[in-house]
Design a protein around this ligand. Structure first.
Ligand code: FE2
Length: 289
């Protein structure tokens, strides 16, 4: 039987500065909202038009034990890592990086952005890895916007970019370690969009344009709505042009020991991560700038 999931809480994503001074809205972690297993962090960055020379980024830093997923809406970011990997993420592109056992990378505005300025906007989410996958070799999945399928409702009022998982019968391209749905949903006024979402998946919505109603409650712009685990589908309704991300995944249900760029299961593993980083075991970036 189809039973509708409701919202358990709605919180505004507070503004902050990250990296060298990139304006962000961080839906979590915060003192009110620690994580939504397996999602560890949700940042909506930019959304601002930068002047020439003003673009800032995230210089060399390590990661171990989880995945970072970057989805660009506008602007260009250049990334480099300690394994010699190098590339440019453009508007619409997705980089799904499995940090696994560890690497050092940098995420900085591309040269064209630095020189010309322009609108920079996107999302970075951190997805935890189960203990069995935390020490896997680092791995990338890079999707250009053209390779991310879009599903459309019959009435044309809902368009869904399927980054991971599936929607309206369309399957996403990313391979994930655990079942994950990562959807960018665009609704026109009057749209009603229903997504099957089994109750064993933790789920959230983040609205970055317009507002969306779920089971009679409104999620305004720049707010995160946690979706209760009380049904097997969720219905979104919009009265204005609206864009939101829908994230859902099977929780890992393991202890989380996190500090800065490392997310492990125990304090000892966290300590080991810092030691390995200090001893240079995660490497350093040698790709020329
Ligand atoms: Fe990073």
């Amino acid at each position: 039987m189809d039973s509708k999931r409701t919202l358990s809480r709605i919180l505004e994503a507070p503004q902050a500065m990250e990296g060298e001074g990139v304006p962000i809205r961080r839906a979590f972690p915060s003192h009110e909202f620690g994580l939504l297993d397996p999602f560890l962090l949700f940042d909506h960055f930019g959304g601002v038009t930068l002047k020439p020379g003003e673009a800032k980024g995230f210089p060399d830093h390590p990661h171990r034990g989880f995945e970072t997923v970057t989805y660009m809406l506008a602007g260009e970011f250049e990334h480099r890592d300690s394994f010699g990997h190098h590339g440019i993420l453009k508007a619409g592109d997705v980089q799904w990086m499995t940090a696994g056992s560890g690497l050092v990378h940098s995420e900085t505005p591309a040269k064209s952005m630095l020189e010309n300025g322009g609108l920079l906007e996107g999302f970075q989410i951190w997805v935890n890895l189960p203990a069995r996958d935390k020490m896997k070799a680092p791995h990338y999945q890079e999707l250009s916007g053209a390779n991310i399928p879009t599903a459309r409702s019959e009435d044309g009022l809902a368009a869904v970019k399927v980054i991971a998982g599936s929607a309206l019968g369309v399957k996403g391209a990313v391979e994930t370690h655990i079942p994950i749905e990562y959807l960018h949903v665009r609704l026109q006024p009057g749209a009603v969009f229903t997504q099957a979402l089994p109750a064993n998946l933790n789920a959230m919505v983040y609205v970055f344009q317009g507002s969306v109603s779920v089971a009679g409650r409104n999620v305004p712009q720049y707010h995160v709505g946690e979706i209760a685990t009380n049904g097997n589908s969720v219905t979104f309704e919009a009265a204005e042009p609206t864009d939101f991300l829908l994230l859902a995944a099977q929780p890992i249900k393991e202890p989380v020991a996190r500090y800065g760029p490392f997310v492990m299961n125990t304090a000892a593993e966290l300590q080991q991560a810092f030691e390995d980083y200090r001893e240079g075991k995660m490497g350093s970036i040698t790709v020329p700038r």
